[in-house]
Design a protein around this ligand. Structure first.
Ligand code: ADP
Length: 391
């Protein structure tokens, strides 16, 4: 029986999932606060695994794998290990089996994603030490967007910045958007090559992608995952003149980075929380800035949906996913209410229904279908890793 171990390393966290050969999820684990005295891990949401103080990604991986073995979840070595790697630069258009050359190219891309690629490399090294004979596959957040045309990926800045340093739009959340494309095609009963959609991934990070006949043709995140939509703690688009202005106020680059990445977005506007569910509750109790945060979030999103239509010649569906996209009927309704002129319309009852994978929420008079499709990035990583291992 085949099994894929999926590893997603964050700066202080490690998510692991086990899938069988038919892509059923067998187990999940999450280790948090790695490197601190309070490091801890949970298997399948409940079973706690004791980690030593200051546990590294490698320590956590070993303990979790031991726990999987004790529970009979992983009785042999996995068939393949799939790693989420955030930045593949222009070097990777698809998932790749990790050898010395690929590992070197991932290290080269660290310059473009200094907060992400080095921790992804830690995961790869820890897995290689634990399972030296198991093939390892890197699945890149950026790869799906390598089909963007020049007009969408180049910024209007001197060409030398692109030529010398690779300054361009790369786009992220590619695994999720690519899953949205294939799942939407399946739901609509069409082939991927004849399916065009706008995919809105709304989690803590948020991005939107125009997909024309199965290929990404424009996306809202850019050189880094900071550009575009309003997010939990990230600002998304701001006037680049803001940097100069804040410099004039005595802030240095590090402070501006912290403000825009960690203190902005829903948290910055509301002054309370980056959590959309909590914001909804506060807004319902009359919290003005919580309501304002939701309003600005939805308005920016609607503007981007409209903008994405410029990249498409046909549209089969607008698709919502991610924790917010899948669960917040209010965000979906408010967003679509700005898009009346383009002919999008939500049906309130359908929008309020829960559960059901791939449900339609548009009204009968909507010009385009609107769907809610739960994403599963780990499953896509397992699928791609198994496909490479089988070849
Ligand atoms: P991540 O990007 O970290 O994977 P998720 O995709 O889990 O994040 O999305 C987290 C967001 O989803 C949070 O803002 C959370 O409040 C929101 N969310 C989850 N459930 C609901 C809900 N029922 N209603 C509104 N928002 C929700």
């Amino acid at each position: 029986m085949e099994t894929a171990l999926v590893i997603n390393c964050g700066s202080s966290s490690l998510k692991i999932a086990v899938f069988d050969g038919t892509l059923q999820r067998v187990a999940s684990a999450l280790a948090e606060r790695l490197g601190s005295e309070e490091a801890l891990a949970r298997v399948n949401g409940t079973l706690s695994v004791i980690l030593p103080s200051g546990a590294s990604h490698g320590d956590a991986l070993r303990r979790i794998v031991d726990s999987f073995r004790q529970q009979g979840i992983l009785d042999r070595t996995p068939t393949v290990i799939g790693h989420r790697v955030v930045h593949g630069g222009e070097a990777f258009r698809q998932a790749s089996r990790i050898d010395a050359q690929v590992a070197g190219a991932i290290a080269d891309c660290a310059e473009l994603a200094p907060l992400h690629n080095p921790v992804n490399q830690l995961g790869i090294e820890a897995a290689a030490a634990l399972f030296p004979d198991v093939p390892q596959v890197a699945v890149f957040d950026t790869a799906f967007h390598q089909t963007l045309p020049e007009r969408a990926y180049l910024y209007a800045i001197p060409m030398r910045l692109y030529e010398q340093w690779g300054v361009r739009r790369y786009g992220f959340h590619g695994t999720s958007h690519s899953y949205m494309a294939s799942r939407t095609a399946e739901i609509l009963g069409k082939s991927l090559e004849e399916t065009s959609l706008i995919s809105a991934h709304l989690g803590n990070g948020c991005s939107i992608t125009a997909i024309s006949r199965g290929k990404s043709v424009d996306t809202s995140m850019g050189l880094t995952p900071l550009e575009g939509l309003v997010m939990g703690t990230r600002s998304g688009d701001v006037d680049p003149g803001l940097f100069d202005f804040l410099k004039g106020k005595g802030l240095d680059a590090e402070e501006v980075h912290r403000i825009l990445n960690n203190e902005s977005g829903l948290l910055g506007i509301s002054g309370e929380t980056n959590d959309m569910r909590h914001l909804g509750e506060l807004a319902a109790q009359g919290h003005r800035r919580a309501d304002l945060a939701i309003k600005i979030f939805c308005f920016r999103l609607a503007k981007y949906i409209a903008a994405m239509t410029a990249s498409l010649t046909e549209l089969d569906a607008l698709v919502f996913t991610g924790g917010i996209g899948e669960n917040s009927a209010q965000v979906r309704a408010r967003t679509v209410s700005h898009l009346r002129l383009l002919g999008f319309a939500v049906d309130d009852q359908r929008n309020a229904r829960r559960g059901e994978d791939g449900r339609a929420i548009h009204s009968d008079r909507s010009r385009f279908p609107i769907l809610v499709v739960p994403t599963d990035e780990e499953r896509v990583i397992a699928r791609e890793a198994l496909a490479i291992a089988r070849n």
